[in-house]
Design a protein around this ligand. Sequence first.
Ligand code: 8YV
Length: 315
Amino acid sequence: MPKPGLLAVARPSPLLAPLLHSAFEVHELDGLDPAAFASIAPGIRAITCGGDSRVSGELVAQLPALEIIAVMGVGYDGIDVAAAQARGVMVTHTPDVLNEDVADLAIGLVLAFSRQLVQADHHVRSGAWSQGPMPLGRKVSGARLGLVGIGRIGQGIAKRAAAFGMEVAYTARTERQGLSYAYYPDPASLAARSDYLVVITPGGAATRKLIDAKVLQALGPGGVLVNVARGSVVDEAALVDALESGAIAGAALDVFENEPDVPQRLAKLPNVLLSPHIGSGTVATRQAMADLVAANLRAHFAGATPPTPVPECRG
Ligand code: 8YV
């Protein structure tokens, strides 16, 4: 029996690639010219991609045999789920297995920004230490942390922040029952009471530029923005303006509007800490995500319901 065709929209992680090649005829979209694409398109029954990938309705329409889109990531805001559903195509993602890593990174960014760990390392290596001490940092323990989003990862960040004696509050569309953290109805009112505003809400149309100039103004000259969600949630131009003018103290960002391109104006600011979308980037977690992608594909092609469909595709 020939293996089913699979289109890898993003280059598969080396942790996922062997699992795919054992069961599928794998084609990488990147590098396929139109003629090559046209020749493989009729045989494509599965797509794999990352949480930050784009799978448009147009692409879905070009693949008549497509049955499943398996996202290696919890976020799937780049996938046209409505178009997939209209064609009866299943969409799966990899929730939960990355919660701890992303929450760890959020706290890591708060600490690294505040205690100036990147500058501190440079201060020692460059020999500047012998000329004198470096500037003092910001105290994290006991500070006020505001979460934009209180899903599974948000709650993980809250738990960690509470262990640092931070005063945790959150905003979400509706107040969550059973949580002891203070609720604020909108990002601006949350920002106004926060030293650190941490963004961990899904991307997509509903949250586009939710963190705008008004929210940054409310965060104020002592406030720091941390984004481990999606670049689309923050108005990046307004953020650069706020950082340049001192309207906020700084930002620690793992995600950007147009990855991997980071605007020069942002990259050259001294009051930012930047990382290249590494929230889930540990070996253990990427392996767990790869295994879950494989489990979803395996279940689907065995005629069973995949373990982790996106909410819209749950029966
Ligand atoms: C990864 C992510 O960068 O889970 C998500 O939504 O954005 C990240 O975990 C990506 O999905 C890796 O493929």
